[in-house]
Design a protein around this ligand. Structure first.
Ligand code: NAD
Length: 258
């Protein structure tokens, strides 16, 4: 039998656009109901807008979906998100900590304000979401947390300092939460995407020179689409990954081995 996420409820942060949207749609394809937690429910890229909001796409697939306006850096909003999701969908089975922002710049040129903002969204947000989802996830018979890190968490970058450090932080959050929650029946894993053409990366990947620089560092000769990350999330959300916890899947076209 294939993967079946019927009757599972997934909260996907940053699910309105990009990778989060791809994850939400792929989880729904396998039967999950979806709560999209984002600053705005409007997608960003023209091709995403043409298809409709994530909620509309998931509903067209025959599953329930709801948008809950949430800033993941605000603990009150995050706490309320989890309560609303659990109440309306009779629990939470899967939390996908995907919301994130770019954080380019050298350390010597990074302001404290920018540093704090990148860390707040990319690291404190996932901590807050996990903290407030845990009481519901332990009630599930198959609780799952999936944290979206980056291949940048593994490689030092002199020009992307705040971002890479925030992603190294979320990678360790994955391991810490796995240690905390394994005995409670909640598995915690991560995904390290490589370049995926979303609003965050469109300017880079649409520039021929920059795109080639990326491709030269990878094993494959193409960059990913949000669904590539979504299919990995499906596995990590499913019963098939019951013996996998505390790890990260590198979905990055072989960047880290090249
Ligand atoms: P994106 O900009 O297309 O989407 C990010 C989504 O997060 C948006 O819908 C945005 O509104 C939401 N968001 C931002 N701040 C938020 C906040 N404070 N509260 C709630 N929602 C918020 O970006 P993306 O490329 O889809 O990135 C998704 C995740 O994947 C991020 O964590 C990013 O770091 C990671 N990632 C992306 C790539 C890539 O190449 N695109 C590579 C590696 C990792």
């Amino acid at each position: 039998m294939g993967i079946d996420l019927t009757d599972r409820t997934a909260v996907v942060t940053g699910g309105a656009a990009g990778i989060g949207r791809g994850i939400a749609i792929e989880l729904a394809r396998e039967g999950a109901d979806i709560v999209v937690a984002d600053l705005d429910d409007e997608p960003t890229l023209p091709e995403e807008k043409e298809r409709g909001t994530t909620v509309e796409v998931v509903e067209e697939m025959g599953h329930e979906a709801e948008f809950v306006k949430t800033d993941v850096t605000d603990e009150n909003q995050v706490s309320s998100l989890m309560d609303v999701a659990a109440e309306e969908f009779a629990g939470i089975d899967i939390l996908v900590n995907n919301a994130g922002i770019a954080g380019r710049g050298k350390a010597s040129e990074t302001t404290l304000e920018f540093w704090n903002k990148v860390l707040a969204v990319n690291l404190t947000g996932p901590f807050l979401c996990a903290k407030h989802a845990i009481p519901y996830l332990v009630e599930s018979d198959q609780g799952r947390i999936i944290n979206i890190s980056s291949q940048g968490s593994k490689r030092a970058s002199g020009t992307n300092t705040a971002y890479c450090i925030s992603k190294a932080g979320i990678s360790h959050l994955t391991r810490s939460l796995a240690a905390e929650l394994g005995s409670e029946g909640v598995n915690v894993n991560g995904i390290m995407p490589g370049p995926v053409r979303t609003e965050m990366m469109a300017d880079v990947l649409d520039d021929p020179e920059q795109r080639q620089t990326y491709l030269d560092q990878m094993c494959v000769d193409y960059y990913g689409v949000p669904e590539d990350i979504g299919r990995v999330a499906v596995f990590l959300a499913s019963e098939d990954s019951r013996y996998v916890t505390g790890h990260e899947v590198a979905a990055e076209g072989g960047w880290l081995v090249n």
